[in-house]
Design a protein around this ligand. Structure first.
Ligand code: TMP
Length: 212
């Protein structure tokens, strides 16, 4: 637990069903009458949403991986100060669509940046603050890309190649293996009903709610 609140993050590769399942998680919290805020990364404040656009927009110029990493943490620093830390201090659940584990997966795994650089920035920007629970929606690259491909135009990350997404997935799974107390791996290749059963049970357990 962070202060009195609870910091819950949701992670996964492209097409893992984050958006649909986020809606389901919010319904669970509403039903259980748990006070929460819902936010996302990169983003969550006016400045951080502008940085998100810089990161996601396709551009002709090749973005240097280190520049990408620093933008991600610039957005995160603002998000923490303005939104996440105050909400945790008020005892709320903070439900965040992606956080620093995405940096380990995308900038560490995908872009192959030095992990120690990410660890340094994590320490400087967050101090000891880490998610209490991370739901990792894990799906095969084939299934994920097929689902994501049904959407409209692809952003700068979505247009990466299979090798990139394989590295992202492997990095997520490595994080989950390293921090089993924090992570719950959800098999997002199963039916929606099955996935939501898994999510509800993990959430109820972590929030000490009897899962009827
Ligand atoms: P999303 O809203 O679909 O999750 O898009 C956010 C994109 O930003 C996604 O492709 C992953 C990427 N991202 C990073 O590369 N590093 C990060 O630290 C975060 C939070 C997201």
């Amino acid at each position: 637990m962070n202060s009195q609140g609870c910091f819950i993050t949701v992670e996964g590769g492209e097409g893992a069903g984050k958006t649909t399942n986020m809606t389901f998680i919010k319904q669970c919290l509403d039903n259980w009458e748990v006070p929460y805020i819902h936010t996302r990364e990169p983003g969550g404040t006016e400045l951080a949403e502008q940085i998100r656009e810089l990161l996601l927009n396709k551009r002709d110029e090749k973005v240097a991986p280190t520049a990408e990493l620093l933008l991600v943490f610039a957005a995160r620093a603002q998000h923490l100060a303005e939104v996440i830390i105050p909400a945790l201090q008020q005892g709320k659940v903070v439900l965040c669509d992606r956080f620093t584990d995405a940096t380990y997966a995308y900038q560490g795994g995908g872009r192959q940046l030095d992990v120690s650089l990410i660890q340094d920035l994590e320490q400087r920007v967050q101090g000891t603050l880490r998610p209490d629970l991370t739901l990792l929606l894990d799906v095969s690259i084939e299934t994920g890309m097929a689902r994501a491909g049904q959407r409209g135009e692809l952003d700068r990350f979505e247009q990466e190649n299979i090798a990139f997404f394989n590295r992202v997935r492997e990095a997520y799974l490595a994080r989950a293996a390293e921090y089993p107390q924090q992570f719950a791996i959800i098999d997002a290749g199963k039916s929606l009903n099955e996935v939501q059963k898994q999510i509800k049970s993990v959430l109820a357990k972590r929030l000490n709610i009897s899962n009827e």
